[in-house]
Write a protein that binds this ligand. Structure first.
Ligand code: GLC
Ligand code: CA
Length: 797
């Protein structure tokens, strides 16, 4: 059985997809070409970024004259990228991280090197083998079809001397179109799709889907026969693989594009091509009209269908779905340099298109993430990578991913001259400054902004699933819309202008509600009967949650005094269903502690994500890792050392520190408690001893490991020392032990090594520093990220 990331069949509606080319991401063996093992190695990066799905461009054997869209073998991996085994491993690792995987089936054409074509050109005219492709004795048929790659081709027909006939191609002449009038073709494509779906791929992008059939007297696009074939593919998919997805690449006007959803019986998703250029137009015109206009022209789609939204991808920014005037406007404003134009489009990445203006980059991404549909990000745009318009075709937007300022941007260990394409060295976008490593260190970077935005979006399914309703304030430079659904209403307000703007919105329907600004969790003034006034800075944007009767910080909780019955020893508290009772008790406990630090933030639930027993060192004591999920905003992670005590120990806590009791428990006829043991001397000394001895301990999913500075002296404290505990609203607890040690325990965990921890560790490297500092790390597979848990500080006397 293939393990799937979720059981939700409409997972694609909540997805954020990252488009990546295997050859551009990471080269694991130094041959200058990115490969599947390299990509697998970087899955953690994608998980940290917060995307939920990965779309791979074609990675099959190919002469690579169209970067792999010219497929020579549909059931294998290009040797430069690895093997089928590498692909299976990639898929497994992606699924383990709950990332869906979307791959490509190019159904319209193959490479002229594909054995089908080689066989066809040699087979007798009229034979089934020859009929895998579309042949003609003259280049005049189907004259109504436009040439798509107009910079490279002049006709859709090419002469084959061996066959002594012309063959049909909608793209490059080395990409002959398959002939769907031959039933064997559809069967063959079906079985190729099954091959990858059987392996566990979650979605298939169907490339160039409008062009499957040719009919005289038409433009040979969107023909009824094409839709009939798609319906057959879909019904087979629903039957055999109900939780998978088809994504149509149909560069068409909205009414033609929606036809690819059928009645919910063709593709699940289709890209919204016409919206994309209009986002850029609205921005340059400083007017919301183009965006609203195209979305209002977009008919409603079937329940199971979803638009794919994007700003940029691996192709030129296509301007096929705009009028001639609009295209001129786009060229004038976004492609002054003629070399930036290609076919009917512009070959720039996002950052260079927008003049590397951070505000505009944020604004268009904020639209991408809040308009109805599933957003697609293009690799490298999350760090604002540049492009190179001097490379041919679309290669300028397909250069190596910039990981660090090392050789080849950290993409490859190989000889720089061997790289499949040169790295970006334009002074403004040079990989020495624009790279993942540098941006990961700077929390004001674009990368961090993207991570935060993606985390925020994940918390609000309304963006993927809700309806949209535009508001029409007088100020046309402001685009405002309501997203409703999934029990939420979010108001998005965006200033398309480079100057500050104010706007008055009719929100009388929401009178009495105090909008909550989602980025900073700030409450705004209550909405009244009069128009609601908002001001926005240049290219500013606001996401405001409008929820009636927003709960005032009352977490779900157990009834006061409810006892948790343990079926056996203390570890049974973590087995279902008792575990859930414990979670409820923790949901009541957390907000009472100073280090929780979020007065007034309403908890949705607390999830016990990991349990690490201290084992024989200290029985009945566990380090537990909790995820606190709020009604609004990102979740937090907390660490609680939890101990179970009965008899005298329990009475002691009841007497002196009742506020630390998490739950009353019963085991057989014993009455006891579960309590927060952070300041409990036996727990403190055990932790200090574990740190000193660098003893790790593993839990359900992750582990805790300790790294002690060398020369840390033994604690030499009695087993029951005097301790002084102070809880801190910054999210930690400090415990001073017998005036000799300070143990600082991070309660609220930051993802990544705690910055505070890093600073202190650095200090200890100075000679003659008095303090001996220790780093402890908690590695959780659920969090999937490294987390600083705490440190220990020794004072020499
Ligand atoms: C699709 C791909 C493009 C490719 C073309 C022909 O449009 O996105 O990259 O060149 O199909 O295969
Ligand atoms: Ca390689």
């Amino acid at each position: 059985m293939v393990r799937r990331p979720t059981n939700e069949p409409s997972w694609y509606k909540d997805a954020v997809v990252y488009e990546v080319h295997v050859r551009a991401f990471r080269d694991s063996n130094g041959d200058g070409i990115g490969d599947l093992p390299g990509l697998t190695e970087r899955l953690d990066y994608l998980q940290d970024l917060g995307v939920t799905a990965v779309w791979l461009l074609p990675f099959y054997p190919s002469p690579l004259r169209d970067d792999g869209y010219d497929i020579a073998d549909y059931r294998n991996v290009h040797p430069a990228y690895g093997t089928l085994r590498d692909f299976r491993r990639f898929l497994r690792e992606a699924h383990r991280r709950r990332l869906h995987v979307i791959t490509e089936v190019v159904i319209n054409h193959t490479s002229d090197q594909h054995p089908w074509f080689q066989r066809a050109r040699r087979a007798p005219a009229g034979s089934p083998e020859r009929d895998y492709y579309v042949w003609s004795d003259t280049p005049d048929r189907y004259a109504g079809a436009r040439v798509i790659f107009e910079d490279a081709e002049t006709s859709n027909w090419a002469w084959d001397p061996l066959a002594g006939a012309y063959y049909w191609h909608r793209f490059f002449s080395h990409q002959p179109d398959l002939n769907y009038d031959n039933p064997a073709v559809a069967k063959a494509i079906q079985s190729i799709a099954d091959f990858w779906l059987d392996m566990g791929v979650d979605g298939l992008r169907l490339d160039a889907v409008p062009y499957l059939y040719e009919r005289e007297g038409t433009n040979c696009e969107n023909l009824p026969e094409t839709h009939a074939i798609l319906q057959r593919l879909r019904s087979h998919l629903d039957h055999r693989f109900p939780d998978r997805m088809f994504l149509a690449e149909a560069n068409q006007w909205p009414e033609d594009a929606i036809a690819y959803f059928g009645d919910g019986n063709e593709c699940h998703m289709a890209f919204h091509f016409p919206l994309m250029p209009r986002i850029f137009m609205g921005l340059r015109m400083e007017n919301r009209f183009p965006i609203i206009d195209i979305l209002e022209q977009t008919p409603p789609i079937p329940e199971s269908a979803q638009w794919g939204l994007f700003l940029r991808n691996h192709d030129e920014l296509t301007l096929e779905m705009v009028t001639d005037e609009e295209r001129d406007y786009m060229y004038r404003h976004y492609a002054r340099d003629r070399r930036a134009r290609l076919n009917l489009g512009i070959r720039h990445r996002l950052a260079p298109l927008l003049g590397n203006d951070r505000r505009q980059i944020e604004l268009v991404n904020a639209l991408l993430l809040s308009l109805p549909g599933t957003p697609f990000l293009y690799y490298g745009d999350e760090i604002g990578m540049g492009d190179n318009i001097y490379l041919g075709d679309r290669n300028g937007v397909r250069t190596p991913m910039q990981w660090s300022s090392d050789r080849n941007a950290g993409f490859s260990q190989g000889n720089p001259q061997r790289l499949y394409l040169p790295v970006i060295t334009d002074p403004e976008y040079h990989y020495e400054t624009v790279n993942v490593e540098a941006q990961a260190r700077n929390s004001s970077s674009l990368l961090w902004w993207m991570r935060n935005m993606l985390a925020l979006r994940r918390r609000h399914p309304v963006f993927g699933r809700g309806t949209i309703e535009f508001l029409h304030p007088d100020n046309e430079r402001v685009l405002a819309y309501l997203r409703r659904g999934e029990g939420e209403v979010v108001l998005v307000v965006t200033n398309l202008s480079r100057h500050s703007q104010y706007v008055e919105l009719d929100l009388s329907e929401f009178a009495g509600i105090r909008p909550l600004e989602l980025f900073g969790q700030q409450e705004f003034p209550a909405i009244g009967k009069l128009p609601y006034l908002l001001t926005l800075g240049p290219h500013g944007y606001l996401w405001l949650s409008l929820v009636a009767g927003r709960p005032g910080g009352q977490p779900p909780s157990v009834e006061a005094g409810k006892r948790i019955t343990l079926p056996g020893a203390s570890e049974t508290a973590f087995h279902d269903p008792v575990r859930h009772d414990l979670e409820l008790a923790l949901a009541r406990y957390l907000p009472t502690r100073p280090w929780f630090g979020h007065p007034g933030r309403a908890l949705r639930e607390v999830i016990l994500q990991d349990v690490i027993p201290l084992g024989r060192r200290l029985p009945d004591t566990y380090l537990i890792l909790l995820e606190a999920d709020y009604l609004q905003g990102e979740s937090d992670w907390f660490l609680v050392p939890l101990s179970f005590a009965f008899g005298e120990d329990a009475d002691d806590v009841r007497h002196h520190q009742p506020e630390l009791i998490v739950a009353e428990v019963v085991e057989e006829d014993l009455r006891g408690i579960a309590f927060d043991a952070a300041g409990w001397p036996p727990c403190v000394t055990t932790l200090v001893e574990m740190i000193r001895q660098r003893k790790g301990q593993s839990g359900e999913e992750g582990a805790v490991g300790f790294q002690a500075a060398t020369g840390m002296p033994p604690p030499a404290t009695p087993r029951d020392p005097e301790v002084e505990v102070s809880d801190n609203p910054d999210g930690h607890t400090t415990v001073a032990v017998a005036g000799r040690y300070v143990l600082k325990l991070y309660r609220r965990l930051e993802l990544g090594v705690n910055p505070d921890l890093e600073v202190r560790l650095f200090l200890t490297e100075q000679p003659r520093q008095e303090a001996v500092e220790v780093e402890c790390r908690c590695l959780g597979d659920v969090a999937g990220r490294e987390t600083g848990v705490g440190h220990h500080h020794h004072r020499d006397q």
